[in-house]
Design a protein around this ligand. Structure first.
Ligand SMILES: [Zn+2]
Length: 186
């Protein structure tokens, strides 16, 4: 808090700043001597207290935002790992699926070829192999071969949503305070 208070000269209306423990002052504009009005002194001090409160609430908001952002990046790292594993896993399952379909088609073609040349036993064998390959494709599609990967718990995801909501509110609040703070530099 500064040691000055702002007041208005009762004689000429000039704006003055005087030491806040001054009882009596000479106006720099008109030269008249006045006694400090206690009401005006109190008002000037109250205004300064308000400004300080506003500054401290901005600082507190900034601290809170920083804490939330830190927690958010922690959660991001926690979630990122399973997400990458999931992507790899999806690729593997996709390859397995496509490969099995291809093998099934080859066996179907062979089964038909053997059937035409009356090699019924070979034909049956290849038909069964085609069915087996289709079965593998079906299982892959259903994720039966999914690699076990750690999943972000529902609690963490819920926390993430809450953090994002709080961050949005606090950032907006900070923005407003800084704008109404009249160019107050913090
Ligand atoms: Zn004056």
């Amino acid at each position: 808090m500064s040691n000055l208070i702002a007041l208005t000269c009762p004689s000429c209306g000039g704006r003055l700043e005087i030491a806040n423990n001054t009882e009596r002052y000479v106006c720099a504009h008109c030269g008249n001597t006045h006694i400090v009005d206690p009401g005006e002194r109190a008002e000037s001090l109250a205004k300064e207290v308000d400004e300080l409160k506003s500054v401290s609430s901005i600082l507190r908001l900034k601290d809170e935002i920083e804490v939330l952002e830190h927690r958010r990046s922690e959660i991001d790292q926690q979630i990122d790992k399973p997400r990458k594993l999931q992507d790899q896993n999806d690729t593997l399952v996709g390859l397995l699926f496509m490969g099995s379909i291809f093998i099934a088609l080859v066996f179907v073609a062979n089964a038909i070829g053997h059937l035409i040349s009356h090699e019924y036993l070979f034909s049956l064998g290849h038909a069964l192999a085609a069915l087996a390959a289709l079965g593998v494709a079906w299982l892959a599609k259903r994720g039966r071969f999914a690699i076990i990967y750690p999943q972000a718990s529902a609690d963490v995801l819920k926390e993430l949503v809450q953090i994002d909501r709080q961050l949005a509110l606090k950032r907006r609040d900070l923005d407003q305070r800084q704008r109404t703070g009249d160019g107050m530099s913090v």
